[in-house]
Design a protein around this ligand. Structure first.
Ligand SMILES: Cc1cc2nc3c(=O)[nH]c(=O)nc-3n(C[C@H](O)[C@H](O)[C@H](O)COP(=O)(O)OP(=O)(O)OC[C@H]3O[C@@H](n4cnc5c(N)ncnc54)[C@H](O)[C@@H]3O)c2cc1C
Length: 429
């Protein structure tokens, strides 16, 4: 079986930073990315490969240009495989990938692995969130970056977090400002957290630039406001919203929802720094701290691997803890400023879209039902997404993870039998 020195999974800022640090230290790296190109969530390019026309702050563009230049400077030591999906680790400790170009499953046993697969979005479910016309803010942002085209017709953005004004400003710049942004949190109720945010030296300038774009396009940004339910209405949606103490109905073509991001852990092997093959996580997949911290965290993971393999001392990785802590403090202040009490959804609210299971079905399970009972008796997380979407919702509603989110199994993604047959024929000898 082919061996690789160091494996990095994920070509976003964290994976690129980890790979650059390793090749600069003279090691060879295999960098795996499932998409057509490197870039991750924030630097997603257009489908044709051209630079996305969607506006990004200059700081992010400079950071990405510097990372790609570092990778390019050590091209002879790095094997970058795009359209290659990490499937998991098999029972014999082999890392498995599907090369989507050749439709083959590859097995590799690296000396060390850094998993930097980013974060996934969460939502707070409400009746109608599953309807056509509703999508996540991150999903809409990816579409916008890949096509350069904003969704047609009136758009409403609802939920919580910094991605709401970011996408609203990008839509406005792309020619379709949303009708409103509904932020669930009430930041004025947390003046201490607001003060910490302002004094943190974090990306408050970026927030101010989004605010300026929204003001220029007269996009209302309402705090303490949320989408309560959506129903089909002609070729769009009727969305009942709570704005302050009043309820209003808005007719839109698209409702974009988002309530933060959490590390993407579905099926990901748990970090094992002391194991024979050290496996480390990096970036938003380890701790969702944002794009700047992801670059630091990728470097931190690479320095830990170098120390583990005897190429460096542990001091380098330790020196990054302080700036990472600053990013953590910033995110904690942001979470406190935007905190809102969680209200149980109404009984008919769908929780598991794949299996059509509602909040009533979840509430009917015994209060002390184990995660396995929720899965097998409640039939949550058994469908096509294997709990990727409903898992975080159930975890938030019951303060309990589904087993699928904690036990790594492969394949993480559907894989064809033909591709697996290639593995049997070519990679197991
Ligand atoms: C939807 C979304 C939108 C965001 N938008 C913004 C924004 O507008 N502004 C901002 O400042 N921050 C934004 N963020 C946060 C920012 O993107 C992250 O902080 C930063 O990109 C994290 O870098 P990362 O390398 O850890 O993860 P990512 O950038 O997410 O990169 C992870 C990479 O791993 C790849 N991957 C995942 N699973 C596999 C697999 N099984 N096999 C192979 N490859 C895999 C992904 O395709 C991706 O390229 C967004 C985050 C999300 C989730």
């Amino acid at each position: 079986m082919a061996e690789v020195p160091i494996l990095v999974v994920g070509g976003g800022p964290a994976g690129a930073s980890a790979a650059a640090t390793l090749v600069e230290a003279g090691l060879r790296v295999l960098l795996i990315e499932q998409r057509d190109r490197l870039g991750g969530a924030i630097h997603r390019q257009t489908a044709s490969g051209a630079e996305s026309p969607v506006w990004r702050p200059a700081r992010h563009r400079r950071n990405w240009a510097a990372l790609t230049a570092r990778l390019g400077a050590a091209a002879e030591r790095i094997d970058i495989r795009t359209q290659t999906v990490f499937l998991g680790v098999d029972g014999e400790g082999r890392f498995l990938f599907e090369d989507r170009r050749s439709e083959r499953v590859l097995a590799r046993r690296p000396r060390a692995a850094i998993i930097a697969v980013g974060a996934i979005e969460t939502i707070r479910p409400f009746p109608g969130w599953e309807l056509p016309g509703v999508m996540t803010v991150g999903g809409a942002q990816v579409l916008l970056k890949e096509t350069g085209r904003p969704p047609a017709g009136p758009v409403l953005i609802a939920g919580s977090g910094p991605l709401l004004p970011a996408l609203a400003a990008q839509l406005a710049r792309a020619g379709n400002p949303p009708v409103a942004v509904l932020e669930r949190g009430r930041p004025w109720r947390a003046p201490g957290a607001l003060a910490r945010l302002i004094l943190s030296g974090g990306p408050t300038g970026e927030a101010a630039s989004y605010a300026a774009v929204l003001a220029a396009h007269r996009v209302p940004y309402r705090c303490g406001a949320s989408a309560l339910r959506a129903e089909p209405d002609g070729d769009g949606l009727k969305v009942a919203c709570r704005i302050g103490t009043s309820e209003q109905s808005l007719h839109v073509r698209h409702l974009l929802i988002h309530d933060g991001i959490v590390p993407n852990r579905t099926g990901i092997p748990l970090p094992a720094p002391e194991a024979a093959v050290p496996v480390l996580q990096a970036g938003d997949g380890r701790e969702a701290l944002g794009a700047d911290a992801a670059i630091l965290d990728g470097r931190r993971a690479a320095l830990q691997v170098l120390a583990r393999l005897g190429h460096a001392s542990t001091a380098g990785a330790a020196s990054l803890e302080r700036p990472l802590q600053r990013a953590r403090d910033f995110q904690a202040a942001l979470a406190e400023a935007l905190h809102s009490a969680r209200v149980a959804p109404s009984p008919e609210t769908l929780i598991c879209r794949c299996e059509g299971r509602s909040y009533a079905d979840l509430a009917a399970l015994a209060e002390d039902a184990s995660a396995r009972e929720i899965r097998l008796m409640g039939r949550f997380g058994l469908g096509a997404c294997q709990g990727r979407l409903c898992g975080p919702m159930i975890e938030a509603l019951r303060a309990q993870p589904l087993p699928a989110t904690s036990s790594p199994r492969w394949p993480l993604r559907p894989v064809s039998v033909a591709a697996l047959a290639h593995l049997t024929a070519d990679e197991t000898e």
